[in-house]
Ligand binder design. Structure first.
Ligand SMILES: O=C(O)CCC(=O)C(=O)O
Ligand SMILES: [Fe+2]
Length: 296
C-alpha cells in the first residue's frame, strides 16, 4: 500500500470509557447486532427502543424519529417530536435536549463574507481557553481549537441575522424557553483543525461566573465543500434524573453540516467529537461562528 498511513480511530486523548462507547464504529456494530437479531427478538420493546437510541446517537435523526414513532409509546412520540422539531409543551430538564436546527441559512454572498474575514491578515486566532475572562486557562486535555473573539466586522452583521432568525423561526417557542431581555451578546469564530475537540461541558460555568447568564447558545457551521475533515460531530447529552449529569450515555449526534445553524439551551451538556483532517490548511478546518445570548 502507498500513501499516508490510516489515521487511528477518532478518539479523544486518553478518552474515557464513555467517550470510547460513543464512537460511531462502536455504535454501528451495536446497531448491526440489534438489526440482525432473530425476528422474534426484534419485536422486543427494549431492543426497539435501544435501536432508536442508537440511530439518534449516530446522527441518523430522521431514521431515529421514525423508530421512536414506531414504538407507539408516550416517550417514543415525545422523542420523535423532539427530533423533528415539533415538540410542544414544557421542556423536560431530564432526558434528551431540545434543539432547533436550521439548514440553508446564509446567502452565498454572506458565506463569502465569512471566508474573507477568516482569511484576512488581521484575523488573529488564539488557542481556545476554558473558563471566563481573567480565569480562563488553556486546557488541551479538555479543549483544542482556536477562536477569534468578538470580531467586530462579523458581529455587526451576523448578530442581527441571528436575532432575526430567532424571531422568524420561533426558536424560543420551539425550545420551550420563555422570552428574555437580551443583556449581552457574545460571538466568536472557532476553528477546529486536526486533533481538535471539546470534551463534555455546559456553556454556563459556575454561579458567579459571567457565563452563568448565558441562556441561549447558537452555533453556525461552515466548511469547504466537499468536506475535508471527518469527525467533529456535536454530541448533545441527555440529562440524568437529577437534571445535572449525563449519566445514561444517551445523546443526540449532529453532523456539522455546512451552512446549518443550531440553537440549544446553554446549560445543557454537550461536546465536540474529535476532528481528523489531513494536513493543516486552515481552509479545510471545521469552522463555526458561535456564541451566546445572555439574560439580565
Ligand atoms: O462547535 C460546536 O459544535 C459547539 C462548540 C461549543 O460547544 C462551545 O464553543 O462552547
Ligand atoms: Fe459549548
Amino acid at each position: 500500500m502507498t500513501g499516508r498511513p490510516e489515521k487511528a480511530s477518532l478518539a479523544f486523548p486518553d478518552e474515557t470509557l464513555v467517550e470510547r462507547l460513543a464512537q460511531p464504529a462502536v455504535l454501528t456494530a451495536w446497531l448491526a447486532q440489534i438489526e440482525n437479531a432473530p425476528p422474534t427478538r426484534a419485536q422486543d420493546p427494549t431492543l426497539a427502543r435501544r435501536r432508536a437510541g442508537l440511530l439518534r446517537a449516530l446522527g441518523r435523526l430522521e431514521d431515529a424519529a421514525r423508530a421512536y414513532a414506531e414504538l407507539k409509546t408516550v416517550e417514543g412520540d415525545r422523542l420523535a417530536a423532539l427530533l423533528t422539531g415539533t415538540a410542544t409543551g414544557t421542556a423536560e430538564e431530564t432526558g434528551p435536549t431540545r434543539f432547533v436546527r436550521l439548514k440553508g441559512v446564509l446567502s452565498a454572498a454572506e458565506q463569502q463574507r465569512l471566508w474573507n474575514r477568516v482569511e484576512a491578515d488581521d484575523a488573529r486566532f488564539d488557542q481556545a481557553r476554558i473558563g471566563q475572562t481573567d480565569k480562563a486557562r488553556l486546557n488541551p486535555d479538555r479543549r483544542r481549537s482556536a477562536t477569534l473573539a468578538d470580531d467586530a466586522p462579523v458581529r455587526e452583521w451576523f448578530l442581527p441575522r441571528i436575532e432575526e432568525l430567532i424571531e422568524r423561526e420561533r426558536v424560543l417557542e420551539r425550545l420551550c424557553m420563555a422570552p428574555f431581555p437580551v443583556a449581552m451578546r457574545e460571538l466568536q469564530i472557532t476553528r477546529h483543525l486536526d486533533g481538535g475537540f471539546y470534551r463534555m461541558h455546559r456553556d454556563t460555568g459556575l454561579p458567579g461566573d459571567p457565563a452563568a447568564s448565558r441562556i441561549l447558545t447558537y452555533v453556525y457551521y461552515f466548511h469547504r465543500t466537499p468536506r475535508r475533515f471527518s469527525g467533529g460531530d456535536l454530541l448533545m447529552f441527555d440529562h440524568g434524573p437529577d437534571g445535572r449529569r449525563a449519566e445514561t450515555l444517551e445523546f443526540t449526534r449532529f453532523h456539522p453540516e455546512h451552512d446549518t445553524l443550531m440553537f440549544f439551551p446553554s446549560h445543557r451538556l454537550h461536546a465536540v467529537a474529535p476532528v481528523t483532517l489531513d494536513g493543516d490548511d486552515p481552509s479545510d478546518a471545521r469552522w463555526t461562528v458561535n456564541g451566546w445570548l445572555h439574560t439580565s
